[in-house]
Design a protein around this ligand. Structure first.
Ligand code: 6R9
Length: 694
């Protein structure tokens, strides 16, 4: 029973919060129940400093602002946009959107008519305001003692040199540039260099395979690739350039030529170890320092694309999600300011890799736009010991720490002394993203890491939404384990039944969004039709999220997980179709069906049922080879945890695989298979069960 903690925090926070805490007791009693069996009845304190700074000190205070953001989005967002530099102002009625396909093309635009540059606003603006000598990047390498600090001025100089080189390599406004790098300062620098000249960056996570890289470069048509010699992950070396070379070769075989590869030397992999193609490859260290450190800013329309980021859905190849400049800029800054109470100069650490959307919005752009110091960690949380994260928190005196539930669970599994040996008194706000957080992990994060002092902001959002959509405001109401609580400004959630009827009050349904927010996905690169079909066809008039969600009687939202065939592995989205396609590309495999299952650390794991061609042995060797194929085609994080041999797959008479049955077989719930009479061959289920563990 966790009541004492709650009362304790109420006592510490005084009269005003006593009122808030009692309403939280109410909230957790009637709604926002943890989804898992572990019932945890605790709420975190609200932040008094936050209340003083934002003037929002209650749910009512939030509601007043929220209502305006829904009623008058143009006026609401304009008030925030004014803190940035706009070369040309936006029109008064700058918000336009259509989410209803029946009324014409789906589209969104914010700050229509305005011209700006996000790199200028993230760097130059601070320098002009006298903050040039303040740090913006705090880089922490894989090995202890390997670190680097960069100021806003130094970052702008480096960004400008790289931007000048990109121009000399023929990159123009609107061109795509692929970035495939470890977590070094040059990664956000490369993103900003693209933005400076109006080029569109497409960062490919360093854990993706050569095939995935090739596919993305070809789809984006990026003639230039920025990469590194390699990287270090704990004791392991990653030969990034070698993978990149293969990616460039595969793209060429598919008909797309990458013309220039700019390679940063990473200490983990020295130059001498890197294969080289003269004329195509260039060392960053040879060419960038020669460039002019002044590069004029390219002013772009608010709707000019800022970046492309590929993400997995339930079908087909990954989609290139397109985000635009102005709306993304304003929403990134406002959300990190209000959800993380981020102030200029704050030391803020988001553990995400820049290869994922969280790294874009909340490691790079958001904190820089707010003038904060953003920690860039190039290592792994358990190297040299599981204390590494807390050493970093202590070393830099981190104020906000934002991570994924999977990392919380992995560190929770270690002895607590790894945490408590280090001073965490600098921490003010903790955050999670990427997947539902189970109440037990939440509680450990809250009590052991945050010493019961720090609100935990559980932020729900997606690559497509660009910025956080449902998240607590840490000064307005207490956080509740496992719940993202209330929608951020401008976000109007709706819970639908499977026919698209909007459900009211306390309920559970499919989460959809009713009106455009500034960082709405604008399109899918090269395929607007697919964009409309994926996100706006299921329920006309709504953006379809793919997530299930509950709403409590007092309006709090709790995400319950995907309702489509997307598996969330350690917060990484993996499409079942992609893994199935990779398995089926193996010569021995006829067919595969992939489902997710609950996994202690990763949240979900990947469970694959595989049928082999006649004449192939169901052997350990083929099993290993199949896993290798997935690693090679997608990346190590998508490798199946289990391969279960299946002489046939359970299909309906129309040939549809019944994953419902396979999900039960995967977790050994053979008595919960339900109705199997519609299967073309009901006998196949027992045959699969008989092969479990074989
Ligand atoms: C930002 C990001 C999006 C999917 C999303 C949902 C899951 C994200 C969550 C969460 C529960 C949270 N998700 N945040 N589920 N609680 N706080 O993760 O983007 O990689 O596109 O994944 O992740 O299922 O639909 P992305």
């Amino acid at each position: 029973n966790m009541r004492p903690t709650q009362e304790h925090s109420c006592r510490r926070l005084g009269v005003l919060q006593r009122h808030l805490c009692s309403s939280a007791v109410h909230a957790s009693a009637v709604g926002t129940q943890p989804t898992s069996a572990e019932q945890v009845d605790v709420t975190s304190p609200v932040s008094v400093a936050y209340q003083a700074r934002t003037g929002i000190n209650s749910r009512a205070g939030y509601e007043a602002l929220y209502e305006r953001s829904i009623r008058d989005p143009a006026g609401f967002w304009a008030d925030f946009a004014r803190q940035f530099h706009w070369e040309k102002p936006w029109r008064k009625e700058h918000v336009r959107y259509n989410f209803d396909r029946r009324k014409g093309q789906v589209h969104t635009s914010f700050f229509d008519g305005g011209r700006t540059n996000i790199c200028y606003n993230a760097l130059d603006r601070h320098i002009e305001q006298g903050r040039g000598s303040q740090p913006c990047f705090l880089w922490e390498g894989n090995d202890i003692g390997d670190d680097r600090v960069m100021t806003f001025s130094e970052a702008r100089d480096e960004v400008s040199r790289l931007a000048n080189w990109l121009k000399s390599a023929g990159i123009q406004k609107g061109d795509a540039v692929a970035i495939y790098m470890p977590m070094i300062c040059e990664l956000p620098i490369a993103m900003l260099a693209c933005a400076r000249i109006g080029a569109v960056h497409t960062v490919v996570f360093g854990g993706f395979s050569a095939e995935s890289l090739a596919q993305r470069m070809a789809d984006a048509k990026s003639r230039v690739l920025i990469t590194a010699s390699g990287g270090a992950r704990g004791k392991k070396q990653v030969l990034l350039k070698q993978i990149a070379d293969k990616g460039v070769k595969l793209a060429a075989e598919g008909g797309f030529k990458v013309q220039r590869v700019l390679v940063c030397e990473h200490t983990a992999v020295p130059r001498s170890k890197v294969a080289w193609m003269e004329g195509r490859d260039l060392w960053y260290g040879d060419v960038i320092p020669q460039q002019d450190k002044h590069c004029p800013v390219e002013w772009v329309d608010s709707e000019h694309p800022l970046f492309l980021l590929y993400t997995s859905g339930s079908t087909g190849n990954p989609k290139g999600v397109v985000h635009s400049t102005g709306g993304f800029m304003v929403a990134a800054a406002v959300s990190v300011r209000y959800i993380f109470d981020l102030q200029p100069g704050d030391v803020y650490w988001c553990t995400a890799d820049c290869g994922w959307v969280t790294g874009h919005t909340y490691l790079a752009y958001g904190p820089l736009l707010c003038g904060a110091q953003t920690v860039i960690f190039d290592g792994v949380p358990n190297h040299p010991t599981p204390a590494r994260c807390w050493q970093i928190v202590e070393k830099y005196r981190v104020r906000q720490f934002y991570t994924a539930p999977t990392l919380v669970r992995a560190l929770e599994a270690q002895d607590d002394h790894f945490v408590t040996d280090h001073d965490r008194s600098s921490l003010r706000i903790l955050g999670t993203v990427g997947e539902p957080i189970n109440p037990r992990a939440w509680l450990w994060f809250f009590k052991t890491v945050g010493e019961g002092r720090c609100p935990i902001v559980d932020t729900w959002w997606q690559t497509e939404t660009g910025t956080a959509m449902i998240a607590p405001l840490p000064g307005a109401w207490p956080c509740v384990p496992g719940s993202a609580t209330l929608p951020f400004f401008g976000v109007q959630p709706a819970l639908l039944d499977d026919k698209g009827k909007e459900l009211q009050g306390e309920t559970e349904g499919i989460l959809a969004i009713k009106q455009a927010w500034p960082s709405t996905i604008r399109t899918v690169r090269g395929d607007h039709k697919r964009f409309e079909e994926t996100y706006f066809a299921a329920f006309p008039g709504y953006y379809f999220t793919g997530d299930g969600c509950k709403r409590s009687a007092d309006g709090m939202y709790t995400i319950t997980g995907r309702v489509d065939d997307v598996i969330n592995v350690s917060g990484h989205r993996v499409g079942t179709a992609e893994v199935e396609a990779a398995l089926a590309s193996h010569g021995a495999c006829i067919e595969a069906a992939v489902v997710g299952f609950d996994h202690n650390i990763k949240g979900q794991g990947i469970y694959a049922f595989v049928t082999l061609h006649d004449g192939n042995d169901y052997s350990e060797e083929i099993r290993k080879d199949l896993v290798k194929t997935v690693r090679e085609q997608i990346g190590a994080f998508a490798a199946p945890d289990v391969i279960h041999w299946a002489p046939g797959l359970p299909k309906t008479r129309s040939g549809k695989i019944m994953r419902r049955i396979l999900r039960k077989v995967a977790v050994k719930k053979d008595d919960e298979l339900g109705d199997t009479s519609t299967l073309a061959d009901p006998g196949v289920v027992q045959a699969i069960i008989d092969l479990r563990g074989k």
